[in-house]
Design a protein around this ligand. Structure first.
Ligand code: COA
Ligand code: ZN
Length: 315
């Protein structure tokens, strides 16, 4: 298996994860989670989103969170924005990068941001101008890249056309999002083999949801195709409030564990990351789907039972 030496993980739990939590999480607890992620060495964090507070009430404290986090040199602090108003707020709040959102399917885009795809692209042009003036890089995420919960299959040509318009308006990075976990490894490979050569110089990110337990297989497939940036969510938190059936992202510590076990570095301290996951379980008051936090890393060893030990000694 050919693997890169290093991959870059972007933690999205405090945005994609927290956004669906019904009980408001106090600002200081959101800040604590971001700070602990920074201390664990996470290189990129999508801290929050600058969207309409009525659309996502949980993240209405975006400015306050950005103002209170402790910035670790080496971590890039980004936020999700859907339009120019969000971009202006994000730039004022001092984000290091802007992550935008548009869907590859019309119905999901209308449900998510109340705009057609064409209207969204016009807004994102304005976002790119605001970000450009502030010297902030823009990474454009494309929701429902591998399937839509309303429309089903999303033709690759349709995805390609959205990506082409985003690249035209100046996106440096493109994030392909499997919003409701519909992608499978063969499809991921087909899509990447078509898109990567078509848009040279773009930094690609795969954003997965583990709705159908295919997130890590999809990530391994993308790795084999040359993608080295992956979004993940602490404990496997997450889901889109405007996509029925959406559940959590790939679990950050499970992904980091998998990569480290294969000798692929992330710069993240797994033990500290698992501790953050446990803290998030306390904050939201329920267990998270992450598996390594329950099983421990594969290096964990148990005492040999006495009966087995005596037979081993007997030779
Ligand atoms: N932040 C705060 N307020 C915003 C805003 C933003 N990013 N964008 C627009 N608004 C305000 C406008 O200023 C306007 O305010 P006013 O009524 O006081 O004049 C009002 O919202 C309506 O503006 P409009 O452009 O018509 O927005 P809309 O009601 O059609 O909503 C979005 C569009 C994109 C703002 C909204 O659907 C949204 O925030 N969606 C977020 C979706 C999301 O986060 N999904 C999960 C992540 S994938
Ligand atoms: Zn998502």
């Amino acid at each position: 298996m050919r693997l890169p030496d290093h991959v870059t993980i972007c933690e999205v739990g405090t945005r994609d994860g927290f956004q669906i939590e019904p009980e408001f999480i106090p600002t200081e607890q959101k800040v604590e989670v971001v700070d602990r992620l920074s201390e664990a060495g996470v290189p990129r964090i999508e801290v929050t989103s600058f969207v309409h507070p009525k659309a996502v009430p949980q993240l209405r404290d975006a400015e306050a969170v950005m103002a209170a986090i402790r910035r670790r040199p080496g971590t890039r602090y980004a936020a999700l924005v859907p339009n120019d108003k969000g971009a202006a707020r994000a730039v004022d709040a001092g984000v290091d990068a802007i992550h935008t959102v548009v869907s590859a399917s019309e119905s999901h885009n209308l449900a998510n941001v109340n705009m057609t795809i064409a209207e969204s692209i016009e807004k994102l042009r304005a976002v790119a101008q605001i970000a450009g003036r502030a010297g902030v890089p823009v990474q454009c995420g494309v929701s429902t890249s591998f399937g839509c919960p309303f429309e089903g299959e999303v033709p690759v040509a349709q995805l390609e056309s959205v990506v082409a318009r985003l690249v035209d308006l100046g996106a440096r990075g493109i994030g392909l999002a499997d919003t409701t976990g519909m992608a499978n490894p063969r499809q991921v490979s087909d899509v990447l083999e078509r898109l990567l050569p078509r848009f040279p110089g773009i930094e690609w990110t795969l954003h997965t949801h583990d709705t159908r337990a295919m997130a890590i297989p999809n990530i391994l497939t993308a790795l084999a195709c040359g993608v080295t940036n992956f979004d993940a969510s602490i404990g496997g938190l997450g889901g889109c409030p405007f996509a029925p059936g959406a559940s959590g992202n790939v679990c950050s510590e499970d992904l980091v564990h998998c990569l480290h076990a294969m000798g692929v570095q992330t710069g993240i301290d797994l033990t500290k990351l698992i501790a953050v996951s446990r803290r998030v379980e306390q904050i939201i008051g329920r267990a998270l789907p992450g598996q390594v936090m329950k099983a421990g890393p594969s290096t964990r060893r148990y005492p040999v039972p006495d009966t087995v030990a005596s037979r081993l000694q007997a030779g």
